[in-house]
Design a protein around this ligand. Structure first.
Ligand code: NAP
Length: 256
């Protein structure tokens, strides 16, 4: 039976697993990095933890006799995506990236586009402000360079160790959040600016819509460069690729 490995950690990876789970003609595993203490349940087999770089992933693809690889990691998981491209090239295994499109500003948005986290820190300015860091725990460290501000941090798991900053409020919560939730949050903490990564997709858009509605600034961090591999934007397109375009037909032709 053809074997598919999905690199996950996103809603799209989970949805892809759900939509393929009933298929009797395909053995599917989702791989998670293991960052969250209580990851969301998945509909297919799960393996957890790093592979040990691109070479480790290539070994895994060979030893597990994987026929197709779908990189459905988050658009900011640039290292994993680079490793997926290198491992697929080294093993000649079919690779598809499933990457949702970035958000685009619309009327009423007050976005300040920046290239990366350090540029986001610089863009917060010298004047003390009240800033909502709508970022992952691993993205927060650079803001220790801007202790003049008062911060709000929302995360699924607690931020341990806490940031070396005097004025931070931590809120532990798991989304999805509604625009009303996020308007209430921005108002409750008198937030002047939101710092966000341009993740795309509906799941984390509420803070962007809330900031627009309230006329607050968004410091928007652009995505890192992605490897040049075949890429689709939706789960449906990924399933089409599997069934028609390449991966499984190639495996079936080999008699797998
Ligand atoms: P990253 O910087 O690109 O990857 C760092 C290392 O973590 C990789 O080299 C790999 O270790 C391991 N890794 C990452 N994703 C993995 C996966 N799906 N399965 C097994 N190992 C994985 O990744 P990241 O930005 O820390 O993100 C970690 C996970 O969280 C990803 O699965 C991503 O989809 C998810 N996520 C990330 C963000 C974000 O903003 N970055 C947001 C939401 C969800 P080895 O080199 O040892 O293989």
């Amino acid at each position: 039976m053809p074997r598919l490995l999905i690199l996950g950690g996103t809603g799209e990876a989970r949805e892809l697993g759900e939509r393929l789970a009933a298929r009797a003609d395909l053995a599917i595993t989702i791989s998670l990095a293991g960052r969250t203490a209580r990851p969301a349940a998945q509909a297919v087999a799960v393996r957890v933890g790093g592979f040990g770089g691109a070479a480790g992933l290539a070994d895994y693809l060979r030893t597990q006799r994987i026929d197709a690889l779908i990189d459905a990691t988050h658009p900011f998981a640039a290292t994993m995506s680079a490793h997926a491209a290198a491992a697929a090239a080294a093993t000649s295994i079919a690779l598809l990236a499933l990457r949702r499109p970035p958000w685009r500003p619309v009327d009423g948005d007050r976005w300040l586009n920046v290239a990366d986290r350090d540029a986001a820190v610089a863009a917060t300015g010298n004047t003390p402000r009240r800033i909502f860091l709508a970022l992952g725990r691993q993205d927060l460290g650079p803001f220790e360079q801007a202790p003049q501000h008062t911060y709000l941090v929302r995360s699924v798991d607690p931020v341990v160790p806490p940031l070396r900053l005097e004025r931070v409020t931590y809120v532990c919560a798991r989304g999805p959040f509604s625009e009303a939730d996020d308007q209430a949050l921005l108002n409750a903490y008198c937030i002047d600016a939101v710092v966000a990564k341009n993740s795309g997709g509906p799941a984390t858009y509420s803070k962007i819509a809330a900031a627009r509605h309230l006329g607050r600034e968004v410091i928007m961090i652009a995505r890192p460069a992605a490897p040049a591999v075949p890429t689709v934007e939706t789960v449906a397109e990924a399933i089409t690729w599997l069934d028609h375009d390449h991966a499984l037909t190639a495996a079936k032709d080999r008699g797998v």
